[in-house]
Design a protein around this ligand. Structure first.
Ligand SMILES: [Mg+2]
Length: 258
């Protein structure tokens, strides 16, 4: 079997590199191999509550993996890249956590609570009615409505908790407007990731554990996909899916680089 040689890898985190607070050792070996061969890669994650440095620290703590901040690309960063490109310097209101607010400011967007031109909404564990009301009013008055990622729930040790998508649903209902959604499985995050890695669609592969986010993101965008069966999607799920990933592996140790 010939395996295509890719010049770059986009890699999901939870379920692919670690499982919550547990390491996935086969992923660590895979990453070391990328490092040893000098193959560029980006961790592409829908989690918009973490900064690049937060993700680096988590990778080290959970998996003992050394990463550089430049290896991390979150849906929050992609939302900010999109806003910066399409609404440079815009008066921006954030429903989101401090990491997202800092990314907005670093991109030269103006963090405001009045005369809002752009609303960027992500996961916000400190959300209040006032925040949602401000966002809702701005969107009704014509502000752009950008959501970081569609994940409705987050798996935690206490069960499934509301995620960014649940807050988006609140704003959708209250404004009757559709957001532009940045994260996987949508293409905007892939646009940003491709720009950062500096390669073409043909040269990269999207690696992940979740067919409905990672693999569909790759397929929708027109890049090859690699499903690792270490997380959400199971062999049984795959039986019902006609449009299969380009590559399916039990875990990343099965990947052959040549
Ligand atoms: Mg995952």
């Amino acid at each position: 079997m010939t395996i295509k040689t890719y010049k770059g890898f986009f890699i999901d985190l939870d379920g692919t590199v670690y499982a919550g607070t547990n390491p996935i050792p086969t992923a660590k070996k895979f990453i070391s191999e990328l490092d040893a061969r000098g193959i560029p890669y980006l961790y592409v994650t829908n989690n918009a509550t973490k900064s690049q440095e937060d993700v680096v620290a988590h990778l080290k703590a959970v998996s003992g993996i050394d990463a550089a901040p430049e290896h991390v690309y979150t849906s929050g960063m992609a939302a900010v890249d999109f806003a910066k490109k399409n609404y440079p310097g815009a008066r921006t209101f954030v429903v989101g956590e401090p990491a997202l607010q800092r990314q907005v400011e670093a991109a030269g967007l103006l963090l405001v609570e009045k005369d809002i031109e752009v609303v960027i909404q992500g996961m916000d564990r400190f959300v209040t009615y006032d925040k949602l009301a401000t966002a809702s009013t701005a969107i009704r008055n014509g502000a752009a409505f950008i959501a970081t990622n569609p994940d409705v729930n987050l798996p935690t040790e206490n069960g499934m908790m509301p995620g960014a998508g649940s807050l988006t649903a609140f704003l959708k209902i209250s404004t009757q407007r559709e957001p532009l959604i940045i994260g996987k499985p949508f293409g905007y995050i892939m646009d940003g990731a491709l720009e950062r890695i500096g390669l073409t669609k043909e040269e990269v592969v999207m690696v992940g554990d979740n067919y409905n986010t990672d693999i569909l993101a790759g397929m929708n965008y027109g890049v090859d996909t690699l499903l690792a069966l270490t997380g959400v999607t199971t062999v049984e799920d795959l039986e019902e899916i006609t449009n299969k990933p380009t590559h399916i592996l039990n875990d990343l140790s099965e990947w052959r680089f040549e």
